[in-house]
Design a protein around this ligand. Sequence first.
Ligand SMILES: [Zn+2]
Length: 336
Amino acid sequence: MHDLVIRNGTIVDGTGDTPYQGDIAIDDGRISAIGRIEAEGRETVDATGQIITPGFVDIHTHFDGQITWDPLLTPSCWHGVTTVVMGNCGVGFAPAAPNRHEWLIGLMEGVEDIPGTALSAGMQWNWETFPEYLDYLDTLPKALDVGTQVPHGAVRAYVMGERGASNEPANPEDILEMKKLVREGIEAGALGVSTSRTIVHRAIDGVNVPGTFAEEDEMMAFGEALSEAGTGVFELAPAGVTGDDMNLPDLEVAWMRRVSAATGRPITFALVQLDAEPDHWKRMFDLSEEAAAEGADLYPQVTARAGRPARPADEPPLGKRAHLSRDQRPLQARRR
Ligand SMILES: [Zn+2]
C-alpha cells in the first residue's frame, strides 16, 4: 500500500528521455516507484491524458506583492510550477521606507505591468527592512516554495532617498550602506541580489528604475556583498537587452566578467531573441563561455517572452492601459 499512486499518465521525467506511459507511487513525500504499479494507494489519482512531470522551478517571477495575499500564486501553480524565485530585475517591496509604499508600487507597475490598484488593495506592508519582509513571508501559508532576491531599486531609494530614486550617482558612503543592506538580506535568507539597467524598465511615471545607470563600483559592491555572505546569485536585466543599443550588450558582459571573477559569485542576465539581429544570442552564449574560461560565472537567462521595443516615455505600460476605457484600448486588446 502506497501513500499515493498516480496512474496512467504520460511521464516526462525531466532527464530529456522520451515520454512514456506509466504510474508513480509516492511514500513519505517522496517518489518510491515508477512504472507499472500493482499495489494500491491510500489515495489514487487518474492521470489518463495528463502529463506527470517534476515541478517546474520558475527562476524569474515578480510575485513579491501577490505572495502577501495569494497563497496559490496563480497562475503559476496551474502551469505545474512548484518553486518560484521573485525579486528579479531590481524591483520589489523591501526595504521600504514608510513613505515609499505607493512609490514602490508604481515602480513594480511600470516595470512589470502588474496593476498598481491590485497591489495597493492587496498589500499590508507589515515590514520595513528586508529581513522583516522575510519574517512576514514566513508567517504566510504558501502552496509553492518561494525564493527571494534583494532588489536594487528598493535598496537604492531606501538608502539614498530621492537622490537614489531619481538615479543620481551614488557616493562611496551610499554604496557602503547599500552593500550592507544587501548582505543583511542574503544573511536573512535571500537567494541573491537583482538590478535593472535597461531603459525599457521604467516606473509608472516614466522614470528609469533606480540603479539603471549605476556605475561599476555599485555593481562590484553587490558582488562583494554576496562574496562576503558566502552565497547568492546576482541577477539583472542588462542595458541593451531589447536591442535598443547594440553596443551595450558587450559592455555589459565586460563588467559582469570583472565583477564575477573578482567576487567569485555567479551572475545571471536576461537575454531575449532580437529579430533585428537573430544570432545575437549565440554571441552572448559564446562570451559567457569565454568568461567561464577566465573564472567568471555568467549565465544568460533566456525567457519565453520575446524582446519588445523600448516604450516611448509618453506611452503608458500595459498595466496602466488596462485602466483605459474600452474605446481607448488598442484594437488588438479589445478583440481578446
Ligand atoms: Zn523581470
